[in-house]
Structure formats: C-alpha cells, structure tokens
Design a protein around this ligand. Structure first.
Ligand code: SF4
Length: 177
C-alpha cells in the first residue's frame, strides 16, 4: 500500500521546458500569453491547499530555468541585504500587481491584447530574473519573486492560524482536565 506521507517527486530538473515552450508559443501567437495564468495561479493554488512552497521546490519552470541555465555563468555573488528586505519584496509585489492590473485593464477585454500583456509581464520578469541570476546567484530572483513571496505569506498565515487553533485546543484540554 502506498504511504500517505510519500513525498512528491521534484520535477525541477526538466520543468524549465514549460517556460521555454510558453515563451516560444507566445511569440508565435500572443494569445498563448494567457497561459501565464497557470504560472501565476499554480503556486497560489498549492499554498492555499496547505502545501506551502512546494511549487517553488518541486515544479516551478522559472526556478528550474534559472538554476539550469545560469549556474555556469552566474557571478555567484550575494545579493545586497536591502534587496531581500521585506520592504523591497512588498514594493516589488505591489508594483507587479499594479502593472499587471493596469495592463489587463488597458487591454479592454481584447483576448489578443490580454495575452500580449501577460506575455510581456512574464517576459519582463524573466529578463529581470536572468539579470539578477547572472549578477548574483542563479536563483536570486526567487528571493524576491512576488509569487514565492505571496505563497510564503499564505503559509505564514496558515501556520499562525494552526498555532492559534492548537493553543485554543490545549487551553480547552487543560480546562477540562
Ligand atoms: S520563488 Fe518564484 S520563480 Fe522562484 S521557484 Fe518560487 S514561484 Fe518560481
């Protein structure tokens, strides 16, 4: 019988193929840019299901791409502390959400324009991730990535909630005893 605690297999060695495929398809036809929803939605889906940052450690095509292709050319320097600060992460998250919402609103519901806006968003963040990966360590982008950061926020919230529930249950037990 299969163990319930069996750890899922990591696909980080090859999942970069999805990112490259997405880029090629979107360049050929901007409508494929809509698939970026899958890229943005999957980490949140896993986090909301209580799986924490499993997307980052096991599946993420972008994380896989950065590790696979930048390892040989990265300068492997440490990122400055301010770039990893909460303020910097919040600023980047806010900026990306605002830019994304604005470009989708500007597309006026046109499918091709929406696809292009999403592709442009993905391409810009990928280029930024590549530059950071060359200047600093290959997966430096992952330290500030809005999706990784958001899943971390969800996980912290879930952990805190679970902690509160455990505490309440302990108090109840000690009151009953
Ligand atoms: S932090 Fe972002 S880019 Fe890095 S693995 Fe997670 S979702 Fe992917």
């Amino acid at each position: 019988m299969e163990s319930k605690n069996k750890k899922p297999k990591s696909h980080q060695k090859w999942s970069w193929i999805f990112l490259v495929g997405f880029m090629i398809l979107s360049i050929v036809d901007f409508r494929f840019g809509i698939l970026a929803i899958v890229c943005m939605g999957t980490p949140l889906y896993h986090a909301l299901k209580g799986r924490g940052k499993i997307h980052c450690s096991h599946y993420c095509p972008r994380g896989s791409f950065l590790a696979r292709f930048l390892s040989g050319i990265s300068l492997n320097r440490n990122m400055p502390a301010w770039m990893k600060s909460k303020a910097a992460k919040n600023t980047l998250l806010g900026l990306m959400v605002a830019m994304f919402a604005l470009s989708i609103a500007k597309s006026g519901g046109d499918f091709v324009k929406m696809g292009f806006a999403m592709f442009r968003f993905m391409a810009a963040s990928t280029v930024l991730g590549i530059l950071m990966g060359i200047i600093y360590r290959p997966r430096s982008w992952c330290q500030v990535c809005p999706m990784g950061y958001s899943t971390g926020i969800i996980k912290n919230y879930q952990d805190a909630k679970k902690g509160d529930l455990d505490e309440a249950s302990d108090v109840r037990k000690s009151t009953v005893a």
